[in-house]
Design a protein around this ligand. Structure first.
Ligand code: GLN
Length: 264
């Protein structure tokens, strides 16, 4: 059997790990290892080059505090910014949480201080209404509505895809001409007003959902891995199953506690 190799690029692990999103990296790494793949995690931080960014097969970006986001955006300029744009536009899969999507959008206005220009890869803008306005904090349940992703996930799991997570953000995000990741079933999502949550662009999943997202929704991790392998090896690769009974029981318990009745 061929031994697949995958490199996971992790955006600014030190600056963008405030909200536990490291769990997403661990889940991707483990699920690859359990299947016998050769997996490597490459930090994409201040020491990384544009070539490093170009070399990865999958990208993970976590949440951050406003100050750290500013430092990241000062670093993610020029050739590095171009490499990120190229990767995402060419379909490299990725999961970007909270602070990361804000940076992939046109700009983020923090509650205090100057507007931070983003990379403009996602047609979104994010504005923090100020420290006197309540943060969006709490459990989050989302029905995936992004057409291709919803279809793929339904095919993988045999049921309508719902994500469960936890949001913790001050910024409110408005979408331009871009597909939302899903529809909020419980919680606030992008802005607490229009019922949208996250963005799906090419193969990039942007979300306000920490949790971290992937341990609570392992089928999304498999979608990311499968998409990365198919792109890299240019053949229809199907992943071997992993026993996710415990994760699924955890999800059931959460839905019950939040009194969210999902269609079966
Ligand atoms: N600093 C951003 C906000 O408050 C992002 C927070 C986060 O990544 N959880 O909106």
């Amino acid at each position: 059997m061929k031994q697949y190799e995958l490199t996971i690029g992790w955006l600014y692990p030190t600056l963008m790990s405030t909200y536990g999103d490291r769990g997403n990296v661990i889940v991707l790494e483990r699920r690859c290892q359990w299947r016998g793949y050769n997996v490597k995690v490459l930090p994409l931080d201040q020491n990384a080059t544009a070539e490093d960014i170009k070399s990865v097969d999958l990208i993970v970006g976590g949440g951050a505090q406003d100050r750290q986001q500013e430092i990241v955006m000062r670093d993610l300029q020029g050739a590095k910014a171009e490499a990120m744009r190229e990767k995402i536009e060419n379909g490299t899969p990725g999961v970007f949480t909270c602070g990361s999507p804000q940076l992939l959008g046109h700009y983020y206005e923090p509650g205090f201080g100057q507007r931070i220009q983003g990379l403009g890869i996602l047609d979104i803008v994010s504005v923090h209404p100020g420290e006197n306005v309540r943060r969006c904090i709490g459990n989050l349940v989302v029905e995936v509505t992004a057409t291709r992703l919803a279809r793929d996930l339904q095919e993988m799991t045999g049921s309508k895809p719902y994500l469960i997570g936890f949001e913790n953000h001050g910024g409110r995000t408005k979408l331009g001409k871009v597909e939302a990741l899903g529809r909020v079933v419980y919680g606030l999502g992008n802005n607490g007003e229009d019922g949208t949550e996250g963005v799906f662009h090419q193969n990039a999943i942007a979300t306000y959902s920490h949790g971290p997202l992937l341990p609570k929704n392992p089928f999304v991790a498999d979608w990311l891995i499968q998409t990365a392998l198919r792109l890299k090896y240019q053949q229809p690769i199907t992943l071997s199953p992993i026993d996710d009974t415990l994760a699924m029981q955890g999800r059931e318990a959460m839905f019950k506690r939040l009194q969210v009745d999902l269609p079966t």
